[in-house]
Design a binder for this molecule. Structure first.
Ligand code: SF4
Length: 415
């Protein structure tokens, strides 16, 4: 079996990968008392009216889940409640919903635009998250639109993203109930992107009982050390790796094989070997990994740091796809002294076929109705600008595949 080896440039710090030492987040600053806990918004108490578009330059109205949810720009355009077009895609296949409160998420994750420290400068409903704005919409409006014809909806899946908030569980259940009362989860299945910090095992079970199909844990950081630095003590945030892992194991028991997984952000300081070991561990448990490429979100505690170099991201994207969907094991792969993938453990011909199919480079996430390895959740430009795409929200075309091969340093021509 021949393997494609990478040509390597000499190892300089920060060359070809985001090293741990270079990826230190800023420390959060103190929030003025009059801005803490959404005080600013609650004091004005402007009642919400219909759809709220971020950056309206007014005080964010006092919107709360479960009556209100935020949804991605892509979902709002697809739903027809916002105008706009997305580069390369007509619509998104996943209706991503986010719980919303005037006091916002109470955690302080370093890479996240929704983090608590931002209350000093932006009202919660106006904060950017994974590079885009999230309009707030009454849940009844969403259910009314989708409920008219769920079988012919552009959406292949709905996903409720929890945040860190004392009402997060109860409101997730309420949103889920509101959905399944009107929309058959067989027609549009539901995923839960959980916030384990405030969840019990019973809460995980309840998500299943109320009709959720897949349960994922937003692990985000690939190692316990990185987790602590970006989501825990390092940034005055409440999360703990062990709690996240325990919840993932509960989801494995309750939801079963292929129905649970973890989100991972690549390029926050882990090595390629470390993140791919984690991917293997998830596959060995029966689950999947859903990956994001690190992008310095404006206003976050990591907005001064470099996005993941494309060569690092492509290697991990390709290797993750092989482990997740092609039965290749991490121990068949080879890594260099910096933990970078040096070969993928399959023949050149097989590797070329996988690259040319292009699926490995598309957004990863819970499946839609096309096939198991094509995610419904395409998160258009959630981890990169359209000018330098990290996760393709559409099937990569010939010119995209040529670019990907250059980034991978695998210069085989594409027919
Ligand atoms: S818990 Fe989630 S939403 Fe809240 S700051 Fe962390 S990553 Fe952002």
């Amino acid at each position: 079996m021949g393997c494609i080896d990478h040509k390597r440039t000499p190892l300089n710090e920060g060359d070809g990968f985001n090293a741990f030492d270079a990826m230190e987040p800023r420390l959060p600053e103190k929030t003025p008392v009059d801005r803490r806990n959404g005080k600013h918004v609650k004091a004005n108490d402007i009642p919400p009216e219909g759809v709220y578009l971020p950056n309206n330059n007014i005080l964010a109205p006092h919107m709360k889940s479960p009556e209100y949810v935020q949804l991605s720009n892509a979902a709002a355009i697809t739903l027809g409640i916002m105008g706009g077009r997305m580069y390369g895609c007509e619509c998104t296949r996943c209706l991503n919903l986010l719980l919303t409160y005037p006091e916002g998420c109470r955690a302080n994750c370093a890479y996240c635009g929704l983090a608590r420290h931002r209350e000093a400068e932006r009202d919660y409903a106006d904060r950017n998250f994974i590079r885009v704005d999230w309009p707030a919409v009454p849940m009844t409006d969403i259910v009314d639109i989708v409920g008219k014809d769920p079988d012919n909806s552009p959406f292949h899946r709905m996903c409720i993203s929890m945040i860190t908030h004392p009402r997060s569980e109860e409101d997730t259940f309420a949103v889920l109930r509101q959905w399944t009362d009107r929309i058959d989860p067989q027609a549009i299945p539901v995923s839960i992107l959980s916030n384990p910090t405030t969840m019990t095992r019973d809460d995980v079970q309840k998500c299943k009982d109320l009709g959720a199909d897949i349960f994922t844990v937003a692990l985000d950081a690939a190692t316990p050390e990185l987790f602590d630095r970006t989501r825990g003590k390092g940034v005055q945030s409440p999360h703990k790796w062990k709690k996240y892992w325990d919840t993932l194991l509960e989801a494995k028991d309750i939801f079963g094989p292929e129905k649970f997984g973890a989100h991972i952000i690549v390029g926050m300081g882990e090595t390629e070997y470390e993140v791919l070991q984690l991917v293997q561990e998830l596959v060995d448990l029966g689950g999947h990994s859903h990956m994001f490429c690190f992008f310095p979100e404006e206003g976050s505690l990591m907005d001064h740091l470099p996005a993941t170099p494309r060569d690092q991201w492509r290697r991990v994207q390709l290797a993750r796809y092989l482990i997740d969907y092609r039965g290749v094991r991490v121990d068949q792969m080879r890594f260099d002294e910096a933990g970078r993938v040096a070969s993928y453990g399959i023949s050149d011909a097989e590797l070329n076929d996988v690259i040319d199919a292009g699926i490995a480079f598309r957004t990863s996430g819970c499946p839609g109705k096309f096939q198991d390895d094509i995610s419904a959740c395409d998160r258009p430009y959630g981890d990169s600008p359209p000018s330098d795409i990290a996760s393709y929200p559409f099937p990569p075309k010939k010119k995209d595949l040529k670019k990907i091969r250059r980034q991978l340093d695998i210069p085989v021509s594409v027919e």
